[in-house]
Design a protein around this ligand. Sequence first.
Ligand code: T1G
Length: 682
Amino acid sequence: MSLVNTRIVNQIAILEIDSPPVNALSAQLRSEMIAALQALADQSQLQAIVLYCAGSTFICGADIREFDGEPLAPHLPELISHLERSTVPVIALLHGHVLGGGLEVAAACHYRVALKSTNIGLPEVGLGVVPGAGGCQRMMRLVGVTNAVKLATSGRAVKVTDDNYARLCEHLIDSQDDLLQQGLAWVQRRLAENSLPIKPTSELALDSAAQEIDWQQFKKQVQRSAKSNPAPMQLLQQLARDWALPVAQGEKNTRKLFLQLRQSDAAKALRHAFFAEKKMQPGRSQQAFTVSKVAVIGAGTMGSAIAICFADGGFKVTLLEQSQQALERGLKRIEDEYQRSCERGRINQKQLQQRLNLIQGSCDYSSISEVDLVIEAAFESLEVKKTIFKRLDSVCKEGAILATNTSYLDINVIAQATSRPESVVGMHFFSPANIMKLLEIVKADKTSDAVLEQMQQLAKKLRKQAVTVGVCFGFAANRIYTRYGREVQQMLLEGASIEMIDQAMREFGMAMGPLAVQDLSGIDIGHNARSQYPHPSYDPGYFKVSAALVAAGRLGRKSGSGFYDHSQRTACLDPQVAQIIAQVAQELKVEKTEFSLQSIAQRALLAMISEAIQVLEQGIVQQKEAIDLIWLHGYGFPRAKGGPMFMAQQWGIAQLQQQFSALREKQGDKIWPRLNLAKYLE
Ligand code: T1G
């Protein structure tokens, strides 16, 4: 099937691309575009060529699926050259998402006309690569060096109407108008005025302001945002070196870097994350979305952040508390959070007020009788939740969905407290709920498919990464996170120091060390949740360090001390904790192990992988991609490492088997069970 159709109207050639779903620049598309341009080169009467895409978007970029293999001819620079060297003016009509290679194609055309709703961007660094077909060099000449460098090193898309980028397009069209019709009319007008000269982008001059670029400032910004992804910094260094070169030379240098990076581990991991997110996206829904009014029970840290989530998504929210005092504390917390977002420029004052107006407080259950969805975010106690759900069941209208934000508790037991178990579901948010993207949708035994469908659609509207999980202790995310925590504490007992463990995981790329996280969230939270379940008899050291710290009143930041001493502004080590750990290790007669930063990180990852495979084997999640998305979006796992299952794939079955059996030798097969690795890893 041809992807490019050419027709000529009034001596203007319309080269229409139609390669669903997003007009990605596959080898076939590049080849057909070049053939179409070559065929047009012989048309002497031609006055212009208009490049236009059918469907929801202009070319969205290279076909990322080609990156795992060798580069396929014809290569994008060849197509770019045909466009730029055309003997008649080429005008790109832009809509949707003009990204990566798509923007490189548009920048190589002589003119651009766009719908005002169009987004433009160079997201390549987010895939661990860099623009490989002169996009940086041509954008420098079209929007200025600073703006081009910012666009390429941030990887973030901007609106085509953004003040810094509006000069990219010679003409902007209202979004509800017909792009092709209006675009052709503009071309015809300019031709009639004889004001459509050919101006190859690569021959345009660089702006004089480029001399004053503060490359050090750029470096600080990139260092802050790039985390463990090397591509942004490598691109910045490349551009700082050769921004002033002619396009051909600059493009050659950047393409060389692109070809190097596309096969890097980071690029493979980032591509894996991209496609895992696509695979986990819900299909087109057959069911109408019926949730509009929402209630949140509990105005504590989680409840108020969940209320913010919904207000951010445009939902009316009733925040219900037992006492006026608790309610006012929650509303104040929400207002403060919105003020902070405003100060950081994430929202403006008008948006702040709009969102605050969506959230109403109440202490009266009758005020939520007509809501479509309730999210309970009360104290993590089964009895408290059963009481609340019993009351919700009697107050809420028929068909209302009753969700709980519990992290660990058995939702089947909570559902039994109601007469509508088919409408009971888990919506497990991750703290801070208004920031972390992960949302675990917990399917209890009787949760209906219709309710799950509503949850999937709701997650999309809340811009959350949804993963549907089954009921077990900690569901999928906290169950694997608990296993990670257990291994960290075991390493403490075997002699690894607190600072070494946190340093090892930070250097691996986690946002924070696991023990610093414990102090932040409160050591007693996990301790109390675990105390509601029997202690595994086969694991004598199971969170014994946490138990000893809680017994000593060391709950973390909130009590002034935990794994660290928080009495000063900066957390510091406390010899008392090392004594507590040594005491517990001695009582348990734990054998000492020599650790390196690398071996600590590896052991932690092995624990995650082991538990993840058991979670898959027990059907708590259905796809292995779900495990990686849980860690990327719920716990700050470094995206440039892909996730625990991606890393397991990279290590390979043989190495994993060897590592697991060595640990099984020491700690037994209950803690390190034999696993069917071949079922989940190639
Ligand atoms: N290549 C291959 N497949 C792609 C793709 C791409 N670039 N973009 C999307 N898809 C698939 C996606 O997997 C899904 O497949 C379907 O299209 C619909 O996507 C040379 C080197 C454009 C904003 O990074 O950001 O150019 O699940 O659900 O919500 O220098 O797709 O249906 O089987 O996301 O409307 C740079 C990535 C590449 C853009 C549309 N470009 N794509 O969002 O649809 S590198 C990108 C997106 C490059 C040059 C460099 C989004 C979108 P399936 P979707 P959407």
